[in-house]
Write a protein that binds this ligand. Sequence first.
Ligand code: SF4
Ligand code: SF4
Length: 446
Amino acid sequence: MKDISTKDISLNVREAGVVGAGGAGFPTHVKLSAQAEIVVVNAAECEPMLKTDQQLAARFPEQVVKGLTLALEATGAQKGIIALKAKYKASLTALEPYLTDKIQIAILPDIYPAGDEVITIWLTTGRRVPPGGIPLNIGVVVNNVQTLINVAKAVDGEPVTTRTLTVNGAVKNPITVTVPLGTSLREVIDLAGGGKEEDITYINGGPMMGTLITDLSFPVTKTTGGLIALPSDHMLIKRKSMSFETVLRIAKTVCEQCSFCTELCPRHMIGHELSPHLLIRAMNYKNIGDPLMLTSALTCSECGVCEAYACPVGISPLRVNRALKAELRAKGISYQGDLGNEDPMARNRLIPSSRLVERLRLHPWYQEAPLSLEIYEPDEVKLKLQQHIGAPAVPVVKLGEVVKLGQIIGEIPERSLGAKVHASINGTVVQITPQMITLRKGGAAK
Ligand code: SF4
Ligand code: SF4
């Protein structure tokens, strides 16, 4: 690896528009500008049916370790931990030759949600992120596999222009593909042969945390987690389609305050105050929850364990928490509670992935989705100006301008948190809106 200063690593990563590929898209150059003790590579990929990171780590171990080494350099951390499951045998075999005194592998149990970064850190280091806090509060920086591959490419001058994602479930040829950013979701589904049945609904992300796709013309972004196809009458689709009024009505009429949702809540187990059964009670009987307890909804990871696994009567504490979070955030309220004691039985309460797949009735749709090394070439891409946390990028190209693959087309606004956007194909700018820039291969301006 070429010599590069700590400052230049962050600058290169900023220039390349790298954002957290595993979550909300926090700009990686900001993460790498902090000082940390440990860098954890989150290779847990715990959402059933997603097969991206495990295959990328198996195919490009050198890039993952290069990205990790750069992250260690940039943050001054002395230890790098690659957290993955024993069942990802190909990744383990591929990564093992690269291990050093400073870079180690931690084997995670095959549980859900091993990939929730707070839980990943707890399982690999024993450290606990305080409620409402971030990993850096306890000296840890977490990056996922695809992010680190992008970091490795960034220092070689290659910006983020593609996304690798799994298309799985009720499609003819489940596959893990790499497409230019801005490719439509419909085209990605076509790469998997399209739906296997007449009436299919698609989820953006994994079956647990993903959201229903309402428009297949939406573009792939830097954070598109994967595409899961399921028959529209599948229980997961029905649950995700339920109106909030129905969620509230069910909670009000059938919650028996058994507290299973709290006992199995991963955040509660590690000592966070978050207690979904109390939040449901507070929603059902207004004014009985103390204000601090209500703000603990802000610390919910939306992992879905409470609704999909714990609750015996089909209530969704997750949806209630999501609504509470929106209300609290709109009022500018944050959570101020402390970290409590860890549940001594926590490690025994974690949910085995196999049991989760069974409970979600995903067996008929649970398949391999092999990694294709071909990069798809679309005729048109729609590049969103906000594919990250922070301010949207500002267009720096004009209508009709011919752009080259990798050229910057959206800049970070001055003095703002954000990420640059690059052309993901060679083409012409055919449309610019406040939300996105459309490029067409060989196209002309509208
Ligand atoms: S598990 Fe369901 S029934 Fe039990 S307290 Fe939680 S929401 Fe209520
Ligand atoms: S979704 Fe449910 S189980 Fe998951 S963190 Fe939130 S309250 Fe806990």
